[in-house]
Design a protein around this ligand. Structure first.
Ligand code: ATP
Length: 365
């Protein structure tokens, strides 16, 4: 069990700055997600925390002790990679017990431990089987067993489910989360999949181009994105942005979209210039009487809901409405927005203008 804190962590590869200056804390027992697009620096961050890569600057603390320069072997962390390479000449039990045998643990103790772990993973019936003929799921469980058998301080996982097909991936992610809930060990998990991060994580760090864009619990990140990048990366379809020029001054509670005044939460930190009005598709309602109007260009049927694509004077927008709503392509309709769910962004910095409602939950890295 461990708390992991990183402060101003940086990594350069030659002249390329892969991780800029990351600061966040992973609390003891958390399931923590490092999320971002390919190349954003997630793996490099994890490798520095594990001791597989030396930081160029900054500090890493495990339970309060600075470990930045300590080798991986002295950090007591189990690293689970995407490719679960099992020892092909050993059976399941021997694969799981390998770390304990190499530590020189007495045989009787090893046997007890392996049985405990097999019980947790539901694989006691295959302990004597060779690993060659196992299903993908069982291989994954054996690899996990090998990682958890020695009670490390924390588990680090780098896209562990990346190679699996969608259905099996969902099953394994539920299993992993349940395993974590039973064992309570601090887990750091790298993924580029926002849905996986939202479903599994207690907390999420969102990275882009080596920068921590936001850090917090999934719902705060979804409801109150700190930057336009986060607003677009999280959610499917992502948050809409309607462009407008003007002023969103301190204390403002509405902005003008075209000729229409639209309500929003109170802004405490204003800006002027090119701004974006951010609204999630499910927070838009189609209301014929509303003055702000859009023309329906397409609809996408999704079962209980449908996505309606509209052109407005301030840009294209996607609304998620009930499938039972009758929407005709080519027609014009009014749009209303739930004011509590609007976020205004400064286009220049890409940052959300802090509002009274969200000022407590935004945390920039
Ligand atoms: P992916 O999911 O694609 O692995 P990532 O977010 O994990 O993406 P990293 O693997 O951390 O990204 O890489 C961040 C950047 O650093 C990338 O541009 C990558 O090409 C670069 N990089 C990583 N390792 C090295 C290295 N050893 N030498 C040079 N550049 C590297």
């Amino acid at each position: 069990m461990a708390q992991i804190r990183i402060e101003n962590l940086r990594k350069d590869f030659g002249t390329f700055n892969a991780v800029k200056s990351s600061t966040f804390t992973i609390e003891d027992g958390e399931f923590f997600m490092l999320l971002g697009p390919s190349g954003c620096g997630k793996t490099t961050t994890l490798r520095m925390m594990a001791g597989l890569e030396l930081p160029s600057a900054g500090e890493i603390y495990i339970d309060g002790e600075e470990v930045g320069m300590k080798p991986a072997s002295q950090r007591d962390i189990a690293f689970v990679f995407q490719m679960f390479a099992l020892y092909p000449h050993m059976n399941v039990g021997k694969n799981i017990s390998y770390p304990l045998r190499s530590q020189g643990m007495p045989k009787a103790q090893i046997k007890k431990k392996v049985h405990e772990i097999a019980e947790i993973l539901g694989i006691t019936d295959i302990l004597n089987k060779p690993v060659g003929g196992l299903s993908g799921g069982d291989r994954q469980r054996v690899a996990l067993g090998r990682a958890i058998v020695r009670d490390p301080k924390a588990f680090f996982m780098d896209e562990p489910l990346g190679a699996l097909d969608a259905e099996f991936r969902e099953h394994m992610s539920e299993e992993l989360r349940a395993l974590h809930d039973r064992m309570g060990a601090t887990t750091v998990y790298v993924t580029h999949d926002q849905l996986e991060a939202m479903q599994m994580g207690d907390k999420i760090v969102v990275m882009n181009h080596g920068v921590v864009e936001q850090f917090g619990v999934p719902q705060d990140i979804y409801d109150w994105p700190a930057t336009k990048f986060v607003a677009q990366f999280i959610g499917s379809p992502p948050m809409n942005f309607l462009n407008f020029k003007g002023v969103a001054g301190n204390g403002a509670t509405s902005v003008m979209l075209g000729e229409t005044q639209v309500q929003m939460p109170e802004i405490l930190q204003g800006a002027k210039g090119n701004l974006s009005f951010g609204i999630r598709p499910e927070h838009i309602r189609l209301d014929d009487a509303a003055p702000f109007r859009g023309r329906v260009t397409a609809t996408e049927y999704l079962g209980t809901t449908q996505i309606v694509l509209l052109d407005t004077p301030n840009g294209a927008i996607k609304a998620r409405v009930a499938s039972s709503d009758v929407v005709r392509v080519g027609s014009t309709t009014g749009l209303t927005f739930d004011p509590r769910t609007v976020t205004i962004f400064d286009d220049h910095s890409g940052k959300a203008l802090l509002s009274q409602a969200n000022q407590g939950v935004l945390a920039h890295g």
